[in-house]
Ligand binder design. Sequence first.
Ligand SMILES: [Zn+2]
Length: 127
Amino acid sequence: MIVIKELNPKGYKLTIEQEKNLKILLDKLNKVRKAWGKPMIITSGLRSNEDQQKLIASGRSNAIKSNHLLGLAADISDPKKELQKWCLANEKLLEEIGLWMEDFKATETWVHFQAIPPKSGKRWFMP
Ligand SMILES: [Zn+2]
């Protein structure tokens, strides 16, 4: 199972909202982890504003208000697209759990999960 430290490896001091959000996200990710049955490596969980600015500057993100800042999103390493395939085959379960993903065209080697819907409300959305 995934533990909270994996979502906040730098040990950022949390606001009450971030703490609450990370717990919700962790619970949802562990439901996927259990159903999927394989290890999940988190490559990016909670980000500071500084982290996010660096990603934008390097062209790796275009989101000023990323859900990573709120503790509501996590990226899972998926170089072989195994998790992506699993997600596509388990849309119903992801709907029940309440997770949304960036379109896999935008996330070639990882899966971005977030615990709140995007503006479009679509299960998969373009970032
Ligand atoms: Zn992400």
